[in-house]
Write a protein that binds this ligand. Structure first.
Ligand SMILES: Nc1nc2c(c(=O)[nH]1)N[C@H]1C(S)=C(S)[C@@H](COP(=O)(O)OP(=O)(O)OC[C@H]3O[C@@H](n4cnc5c(=O)[nH]c(N)nc54)[C@H](O)[C@@H]3O)O[C@H]1N2
Ligand SMILES: Nc1nc2c(c(=O)[nH]1)N[C@H]1C(S)=C(S)[C@@H](COP(=O)(O)OP(=O)(O)OC[C@H]3O[C@@H](n4cnc5c(=O)[nH]c(N)nc54)[C@H](O)[C@@H]3O)O[C@H]1N2
Ligand code: SF4
Ligand SMILES: [Mo]
Length: 667
């Protein structure tokens, strides 16, 4: 039978589940799926046949804490007992300090629609404070693109690549983060490929041109590309006059941004800037704006600057052109408002940034209870040691919902076991391809695990809530979503084919050249940005280089892990080996470090011992240590986020995790 991988991954692969006597024998790729073509990525083909199916690895019963917080000692309790006690404590919190002192931390641990959105109905009803989910990942880019284009959620249709002469991949590493898009979509596109990444990733190594700016200097690079584009008369003057605002303010800024200046500022040779500008400027060109790109202190400005490229070159509204940050569900007419039912809550609900979570948990007036579901904050959030300390607070009611006993669930008062995607029906909308897919129940839940939806229906019941929205069944939810989406399938017919693509022919992004900004045009200069305290225009900025002796630490996606998922799978853990830090050989030599040495990596926020891996794929001044390891499985019970101060980017209270600086020396 067919189902779909709901991990937070651009690919959204089709999955084939092979069953015997009702039990799952093997989970593999659907041979007929346009993306997976019969193969899942390495991590999922191991993890879905390993930890995901293993009752020893999975959480199977609700658990109540018996040890100290964080110690990880629990005893089993019934669902009834767990939910009744949680509801009692929540009512106390509500009565004494208000629903807003309940913090709701969640993200994309599963990205299927119901399991992502439905629990929000409960938290709206409760009036909880949401920990802004995107602030841990990609919020700066969203805010920036909304200023320029009025939306960050309308991207190009990847199928339009057949009409492109150039694909510019800027700050994404699909070789890890979208392995099928890398192996098939990008490799098979007729276009020339330009990659902009400080690191020579496998995607960069396979590209026609690789530009290696120093991290955080991309806005300067974008301005230099535009300088060449103006000089070479590749600006689409008519398009700019008809569909953009503010070019006359922008143009004077470009004059000084020569390739020679940018070589100095970004480290990218002027010759490569010239080549890339002409190739992109001639078009038709696609621009893929990665999420890695904006995890920088000035990440919002970076994305605004890069977003000028399609507008000034007229690479919009035609086949083979456009940009993509994320394709939101609107293109598939998914009614997110229906799914999340914000009308159940206050009109102006509070939210905080993940960058402020540790701080907020230290403040009893602001936080009395914490829910964590679809997220492993003890591994993925900044200020790791401080956060772990805050989570030990005895008076904080903490409820964690997961498939596995993670670092986060170890801190909980109650752990509730969630079903895996193989155990419930749902829908998956890729954020890259314009597809909608069925996630189909292939097996009974392991142990007493329940889906996120059922857990929150039951908790709503224990709270005595009456709103019918809190009790809609999965079948009703799926039925309504499909009906409104207009894809012409019911769940049974969608399940039989696995995936539908919304149109037969590639969709042209912004075909009508109307942009959902206040002016209806692309706002190169933005009054809204200005009103929010940002410059009117993006600026040709570059972050200062690290002070002497320090390195810029990048911790992006690992090909073997999916965020904080799979690190507990025994086979994957063996393949991963111990945590490493990749250094340029000259940076290592300067510090007296050789391959395999133990290095002490440190800054004001924390310290960590990591094994040195020499690599000339990493430029001088940069260190590389991928995310996703579980603190409790590491020798120092910490991962790379022990070094992350949680400094906010310039927009949206968003993470700037790739802006961290460290010293590295012999341990
Ligand atoms: N240093 C560093 N840190 C980073 C990043 C970085 O680049 N560098 N990237 C950041 C980014 S982009 C992100 S998105 C975050 C992600 O970080 P997390 O959200 O912490 O990681 P995930 O692995 O996506 O999912 C978290 C948990 O969801 C659980 N889960 C899976 N399915 C279900 C389900 O159906 N129900 C429930 N209740 N739980 C489920 C998984 O078992 C997993 O433990 O990390 C951020 N942290
Ligand atoms: N295998 C795997 N796949 C994943 C994930 C995973 O953890 N593992 N995570 C998923 C999630 S939640 C997300 S958000 C996406 C993220 O996936 P991507 O959008 O690919 O983002 P990252 O992996 O954070 O970083 C991509 C690249 O950005 C580069 N980079 C860092 N700083 C800069 C900079 O200043 N300028 C430029 N030009 N490049 C820079 C890094 O070197 C890295 O190669 O991937 C998803 N897919
Ligand atoms: S994580 Fe991504 S690449 Fe791997 S199976 Fe899932 S959708 Fe496919
Ligand atoms: Mo993410």
């Amino acid at each position: 039978m067919l189902t779909t991988c709901p991990r937070d991954c651009y690919d959204a692969c089709g999955v084939l589940v092979v069953k015997r006597n009702g039990a799952i024998r093997h989970v593999r790729g659907d041979p007929n799926h346009p993306v997976s073509r019969g193969r899942l990525c390495r991590k999922c083909s191991i993890g879905y046949n390993g930890a995901y199916l293993d009752p020893q690895a999975r959480l199977t019963r609700p658990l109540r804490r018996v040890g100290a917080k964080g110690e990880g000692r629990f005893e089993p309790v019934s669902w009834e007992e767990a939910l009744t006690t949680i509801a009692e404590r929540l009512r106390q919190v509500e009565a004494t300090s208000g629903g807003q002192t309940v913090l709701n931390a969640h993200y994309t641990g599963t990205f299927s629609l119901l399991a992502y959105f439905f629990p929000l109905r409960f938290f709206h009803r409760l009036g909880a404070t949401e920990v802004d989910p995107d602030s841990i990942c990609n919020k700066a880019g969203h805010v920036a693109l909304e200023y320029v284009y009025g939306t960050s959620l309308v991207g190009f249709d990847p199928r339009t690549a057949r009409n492109s002469a150039c694909i510019l991949v800027w700050g994404a590493n699909p070789s890890a983060s979208a392995p099928h898009a890398d192996e098939h979509w990008l490799a098979e596109a007729p276009a020339r490929v330009i990659v902009v990444d400080p690191v020579r990733t496998p995607t960069a190594a396979a590209a026609d041109l690789h530009l290696q700016p120093f991290p955080g200097s991309d806005a300067a690079l974008a301005f230099a590309l535009l300088h060449v584009i103006v000089r070479e008369r590749l600006v689409a003057r008519e398009f700019v006059a008809a569909h953009t605002l503010g070019f006359e303010e922008l143009e004077p800024l470009l004059a000084a941004c020569t390739p020679a200046w940018a070589e100095e500022t970004t480290g990218v040779p002027a010759r490569l800037i010239e080549q890339a500008a002409v190739l992109y400027g001639r078009g038709p060109s696609l621009l893929w704006l990665g999420q890695g790109l904006q995890r920088q202190r000035t990440g919002g400005n970076v994305v605004r600057a890069c977003a000028l490229l399609p507008a000034l070159t007229g690479n919009l509204g035609k086949a083979g052109a456009g940009f993509l940050y994320l394709n939101g569900t609107q293109s598939r007419r998914i009614d997110e408002t229906y799914l999340a039912a914000p009308h159940l809550g206050p009109d102006a609900p509070e939210s905080i940034s993940h960058m402020d979570l540790a701080n907020c948990l230290e403040d009893r007036d602001r936080s009395q209870a914490l829910f964590c579901w679809n997220i492993n904050i003890a591994a993925s959030n900044p200020q790791q040691r401080r956060l772990h300390r805050a989570l030990r607070r005895e008076d904080l009611l903490m409820v964690a919902i997961d498939l596995f006993a993670t670092d986060t669930t170890d801190f909980a008062d109650y752990i509730l076991p969630a079903t895996s995607f193989l155990e419930f029906d749902d829908l998956v909308a890729s954020y890259f391809h314009l597809t909608l897919s069925a996630q189909v129940k292939a097996a009974e839940p392991i142990g007493d695990a329940l889906s996120n939806m059922e857990i929150f229906r039951r908790l709503a019941g224990a709270m005595g809530y009456r709103e019918p929205e809190l009790y809609e069944t999965d079948a009703e939810l799926i039925g309504t979503v499909l009906e409104r989406s207009d894809v012409g399938e019911d769940f049974a017919s969608l399940a039989a084919i696995g995936t539908v693509t919304i149109a037969d022919e590639p969709v042209v992004q912004f075909a009508d050249l109307r942009f959902p900004t206040p002016s209806g045009r692309v706002e190169l200069a933005s009054t809204r940005a200005q009103a929010d305290g940002h410059p009117r225009l993006p600026l040709p900025l570059a972050d200062p280089r690290p002070a002497s002796g320090r390195l810029r630490l990048l911790s992006p996606a690992s090909p073997w892990l999916l965020n904080d998922s799979f690190a507990n799978d025994a086979k994957i853990a063996r393949r991963l080996g111990p945590a490493t830090i990749a250094l340029h050989p000259d940076d290592a030599a300067e510090r007296g470090l050789a391959e395999g040495d133990e290095a002490l990596v440190a800054n004001e926020t924390g310290r960590l011992r990591l094994l040195v891996a020499l690599s000339d794929a990493v430029p001088r001044g940069v260190a590389y240590s991928p995310k996703g390891r579980w603190p409790k499985r590491e020798p120092a019970r910490a991962n790379v986020n022990a070094l992350n101060a949680g400094e906010k980017a310039d927009m949206g209270g968003s993470t700037s995790v790739h802006g961290v600086e460290v010293t590295v020396c012999s341990a």
